[in-house]
Design a protein around this ligand. Structure first.
Ligand code: SF4
Length: 619
């Protein structure tokens, strides 16, 4: 690429720093023709991708290998894509600026269903055929990992290999296998057959799906010696797992531009709508010592002056007191600002509360998810009003004035009473503020209700549930708005139109591949961004393919139906998910993993919390 011309083109678009490369922390290697070239592609903007911890971990793990050079690729924003297409600039990697078409392995991180058309657009921009069947060489192998691979089927026709589960070890095994087969001049077909034997790798072209007349799956059969089920991979011991000592430092502003400490994986809670809570089981913690050591190393190497913690529920770390205390001391000593997510502070010692009160200055957030205790029990959200009011009271007395509450609309078993209950809960928190004599004087309180639409996801007890129609969700949004009677309570809600496509893609089967392709051809790209989202592109695609989207998202699935994702083994059994779905309908709760094991099946990994106590495998 002509450097001068490239610079000129960059100056014609917004945020050229997204495409320039050359950031501190980028990895460069010599003798590239001798290395496995790995393009780590994030199907979203630079700002989102550069904030993603998984990308940073895999970038560092792959570049630690002597035989591999991993480079970053992000989706261009619309203005730059136009420039690229007009000037015949193929999609390129930031480090070498080589075209993605020159890479051996092209790996996508699938974090969100609304990125599927962006994956196709990126392949197209690179000049690579989007359908896997049109790529015949042992080159440009397209792989994908990330949360969406727990139902990979809507992308089955495009991706050569899916990596199911945690990627640190798996991606190295895949790369080593590729190198061996490339050196031995083997074919792509031979490579795929061998890859299918590695635990956690799913090769969709080696499975044949047949359908019943009503469109449901009749059989899902492996071919050519591929395994019948694909078990997800996990890292058993996070203390000894690789963690980056350096991040690439972005040139332009990103969503999170700071040092991040991952403190554990999984969640003890088992909220019935939450996919992460089931697919990342069992909970595995890093020790406080490891976290403090890794954080210090990262801050030192990057020069970051801000450190944040990452997990699904920080307060549930079993060593939260020594951890926060140690991090606080380190941060104080080194003038690092520690940013903590919302914590359950009700069981902290006075000492620790005093320490962290100096740093917790942002607003208070809670995720009750549902407006009434009945519905909170049905979704197994183990949070009571007593918990909320106790924490709000402490926070108000400590000087806080704003509270943000997260809810979902359209949850299974929801009634209008539950929706009115959301407004009512917010009102009572407001009343609590005014009832306190020690409340912050001279300040006005504000309560924000943030509502998302419920999306049934695979590998949750609600995978069987139907999603509300768009019209019903819109009616519920209006009911909520009409139930709020104070100007100090604000309601934000998420667009029900993208939630509807998200649910279809989350639960779809292989028949959706052509729909995703047609939607992309109809102009869908960067669907997660409201300024780009084109519902008509999807609508037309469903019509062109003769596919009824409500078949996937709008009906309750019988528990004995074969789901497109049933061939994946996440540890947690389908039997357990069915029993949890039944308990939801009865409104009964399940205790968290630390209180009592419920024999979900994840014990079979023999790791983390399942190893503690007397838990036994239920499989
Ligand atoms: S087997 Fe028991 S402890 Fe382990 S994740 Fe399942 S419920 Fe939790």
């Amino acid at each position: 690429m002509d450097e001068k011309n490239f610079e000129k083109l960059l100056l014609s678009v917004s945020k050229p720093g997204r495409y320039s490369g050359g950031e501190v922390g980028s990895v460069y290697k010599d003798n590239k023709e001798k290395l496995v070239r790995f393009a780590l592609c994030f199907p979203d903007s630079y700002e989102i991708g550069m904030s993603h911890l998984g990308v940073k971990i895999l970038y560092s793990v792959l570049n630690d290998r002597d035989d591999t050079w991993c480079e970053r690729v992000f989706a261009p924003w619309g203005d730059f894509e136009e420039v690229m297409r007009q000037n015949n600039i193929p999609l390129f990697a930031l480090e070498s600026r080589d075209s993605v078409k020159d890479f051996d392995i092209i790996g996508f991180s699938l974090m969100y269903e609304m990125c599927y058309t962006t994956v196709l657009n990126m392949l197209d921009l690179a000049g690579i055929p989007v359908y896997a069947k049109d790529r015949n060489e042992l080159f440009n192998i397209v792989v994908a990992g990330g949360a969406c691979t727990y139902n990979p089927e809507p992308l089955a026709d495009f991706i050569d290999i899916f990596m199911i589960g945690e990627g640190e070890e798996l991606i190295c095994e895949l790369t080593a296998l590729y190198k061996k087969f490339k050196d031995e001049r083997k074919t792509k077909a031979e490579f795929l057959q061998a890859a299918a034997q590695i635990k956690g790798l799913y090769v969709p072209s080696l499975y044949k799906v047949t359908y019943n007349q009503d469109g449901t799956i009749q059989s899902f059969e492996p071919q050519g010696g591929a395994p019948k089920t694909v078990q997800k991979r996990i890292i058993k011991d996070l203390d000894s797992a690789p963690y980056p000592q350096m991040f690439v430092m972005p040139y332009c502003e990103t969503v999170f531009d700071r040092a991040t400490a991952e403190i554990f994986r999984g969640c003890i809670r088992g909220c019935r709508f939450c996919q992460a809570g089931f697919v990342y089981r069992p909970v595995r913690e890093k020790s406080a010592d490891t976290i403090i050591k890794q954080s210090a190393q990262l801050c030192e190497n990057t020069g970051y002056e801000e450190l944040s913690l990452l997990s699904l529920s920080t307060s549930d770390h079993s060593q939260i007191e020594p951890l926060l205390s140690g991090l606080y001391d380190y941060a104080q000593e080194n003038k690092i600002s520690l940013s903590l997510p919302s914590l359950r502070i009700d069981n902290f010692s006075d000492d620790l509360l005093k320490k962290i009160s100096g740093i917790r200055k942002t607003g208070l957030t809670f995720a009750p998810e549902a407006g009434t205790q009945r519905l909170r029990d049905a979704i197994n959200k183990n949070i009571t009003e007593e918990d909320i009011f106790k924490s709000c009271k402490m926070a108000f007395m400590g000087g806080y004035t704003s509270v943000k509450l997260y809810f979902m609309l359209g949850l299974p078993t929801e009634t209008d009473e539950d929706i009115i209950g959301i407004a009512d809960l917010a009102q009572r928190i407001l009343d609590l503020f005014y009832s306190l004599e020690d409340r912050p004087k001279g300040k006005s309180p504000s309560i924000t209700i943030s509502v998302a639409c419920f999306i049934p996801k695979p590998f949750t007890p609600f995978e069987f549930a139907a999603q509300n129609s768009k019209e019903e969700l819109q009616r519920k949004q209006q009911l909520l708005l009409a139930s709020v009677h104070s100007k100090k309570i604000r309601v934000n809600y998420h667009d029900s139109s993208t939630s509807y496509i998200e649910a279809v893609l989350a639960k779809g089967n292989r028949n959706l591949c052509d729909v995703v392709y047609k939607a992309f051809k109809n102009g869908a790209n960067l669907d997660g961004w409201s300024e780009y989202y084109k519902p008509e592109a999807w609508q037309k695609a469903f019509e062109e393919c003769g596919v009824d989207p409500l078949f996937f998202s709008g009906r309750e699935i019988p528990t004995d139906e074969i789901n497109p994702w049933d061939f994946i083994d996440i540890g947690v059994t389908k039997k357990y998910l069915i029993s949890e779905y039944q308990k939801a309908k009865q409104g009964t709760t399940t205790p968290n993993c630390r209180k009592r094991c419920s024999y979900c099946g994840a014990r079979c990994f023999n790791a983390g919390i399942c190893k503690e106590g007397e838990n036994k495998c239920s499989k």
